[in-house]
Design a protein around this ligand. Structure first.
Ligand code: NAD
Ligand code: APR
Length: 238
């Protein structure tokens, strides 16, 4: 394997599946229980904020019962022991990478444990329900307006830190996609960006994703088994 100095990793809902967090498009996933347009779009939030706030309150509460799994912990070990540059980008809004030990995680779709105020547009750490209680929506910790929304990127909104992601993809030797169906852009296009920059590309997923044919190599199985083995390989190379 050629010298690997710069790795970009993209994770999706599949890395948290073995922690008991619902994915979106697998059997019984979130999008079978809720319509995307009702709970994951700005229009849905404007139409029925309490429905949307309740949806994210439910997902935030489910987080407290979930634990990071061996895949999260393996990526944290890679961050500690890999001598080169590593960028971990996740589409997930859960905090399992951080609780698994990763210190630098780029949440391109935002985070359940963060609140965005529609009035002052400042983000605050948030781990409580955001739905109205007694008719009152919680106040923004900064400006006290009752206009908090989940700090989550919805369909039609721009994901966060795209410049940083594309710069890292342009310089990467290796791009690894873990637990994502490869059907939602712009994340689904990262593999092509990486290939154009000459990087090797590897897919680790339960089954072939929609973009599996773009990858030089694809391994299929549970992330909890595939990711620790792959991290051992990378650390043995270096
Ligand atoms: P989208 O996948 O519908 O489209 C994103 C962009 O990529 C659009 O401009 C679309 O035209 C383009 N695109 C879609 N399919 C393509 C293809 N096959 N080839 C080339 N281009 C293609 O996503 P969106 O509705 O724009 O959502 C924006 C962001 O919000 C995405 O990153 C999405 O992952 C995110 N999101 C987050 C949540 C959440 O709950 N966190 C939910 C939904 C969407
Ligand atoms: N190990 C590895 N992969 C798994 C596992 C597992 N244990 N369980 C499921 N998977 C795979 C599935 O095969 C599927 O390809 O994880 C993928 C999950 O795909 P989605 O449910 O579509 O989740 P994701 O790809 O993260 O969705 C992308 O779309 O709805 C938006 O913003 C939302 O971030 C989300 C984005």
């Amino acid at each position: 394997m050629a010298e690997i100095n710069r790795i970009v990793i993209l994770t999706g809902a599949g890395i948290s599946a073995e922690s008991g967090i619902d994915t979106f498009r697998s059997e019984g996933g979130l999008w079978e229980q809720h319509r995307i347009e009702d709970v994951a779009t700005p229009e849905g939030f404007a139409r029925d904020p309490d429905l949307v706030l309740g949806f994210y309150d439910m997902r935030r509460a489910a987080l407290s019962k979930a634990e990071p799994n061996d895949a999260h912990r393996a990526l944290a070990r890679l961050e500690r022991e890999f001598p080169g540059e590593l960028l971990l980008v996740t589409q997930n809004v859960d905090d399992l990478h951080e609780r698994g030990g990763s210190r630098d995680v780029l949440h391109m779709h935002g985070e359940l444990k963060s609140a965005l105020c529609a009035s002052c547009e400042i983000r605050s750490a948030w781990d409580a329900p955001m739905s109205a209680t007694g008719g009152q929506r919680p106040q923004c910790p900064v400006c006290q307006a009752p206009t908090l929304r989940p700090d989550v990127v919805w369909f039609g909104e721009m994901p966060y830190q795209m410049d940083r992601i594309y710069a890292a993809l342009g310089a990467a030797d290796l791009f690894v996609s873990i637990g994502t169906s490869g059907g939602v852009y712009p994340a689904a296009g990262f593999v092509q960006e990486a290939r154009q920059s000459g990087a090797r590309t590897l897919e680790l997923n339960l089954e072939p994703s929609e973009g599996t044919h773009f990858f030089h190599e694809a391994r299929h199985g549970p992330a909890g088994q595939l990711v620790p083995r792959w991290v051992d390989e990378v650390l043995d190379w270096n």
